[in-house]
Design a protein around this ligand. Sequence first.
Ligand SMILES: [Mg+2]
Length: 255
Amino acid sequence: MKKILKRLERGGSVILFLDYDGTIVPIVKRPELAKPHPMRRKLLEKISKKIPVAIVSGRSLYDLKKLVKIKGIYLIGNHGLEILFKREIWVHPYAIRMKKYIGKTLKRIEDRLKNLRGVIVEDKGLSGSIHYRLLNQDKKKALKSIIEEEISKSKGKLKIKKGKKVFEIRLNLNWNKGDGVKKLLSLLNLKNEALKIYIGDDETDEDAFRIFKGGDLTILVGRKKSSFAKFRLKNVNEVWLFLKELLKKMGRKET
Ligand SMILES: [Mg+2]
């Protein structure tokens, strides 16, 4: 953490990007319960008053808005396909056209998974998540083969991405969290010279780590072996310690 904080000393403007699950909230068995503690929310709100802050998640905007509840914060949902900035919402045009198709596919998968206890199919509008944190380990193979079979029917329109205890059903589109980050920067007309910080824990965050340049701060949360991120924090608690320090530094800069 010291090394990361040292990088901040060079001054200049800062933009903060944060993944949600596994980064600022711990991964829990019921994803709808993953909310930041009010104190932590307050801290993030303070930071967002000083620098632009964006949450970048695989969750839908709708979901993120309900959970995050911080005014003035930017939200990038559905792995970059939808962005809330100021009072506007940008949505990837192809994703808008495919929304119905995605919904129908998820419904079909849900019907076939009815007999597997501990599986939750979540329709996120522009994508879907099939959570299996509560599923018996020996049923995982059956789950996987049903999902694969149904997605193969889309003839390449949809793809499966694996996350932590979740299968993500996504458009087979060359668009990821990194593209969402770039899109937000262009929507906000933000200068390139600002120091960008991106903190994330998952495979999908690697797409974002990859777009940043040498001077930027990419931080992986957890013990994953290989990563494009330059720095590491151990867990969600350490992320918040870092954010606390970040706010302190911001405060000092002002005075
Ligand atoms: Mg995550």
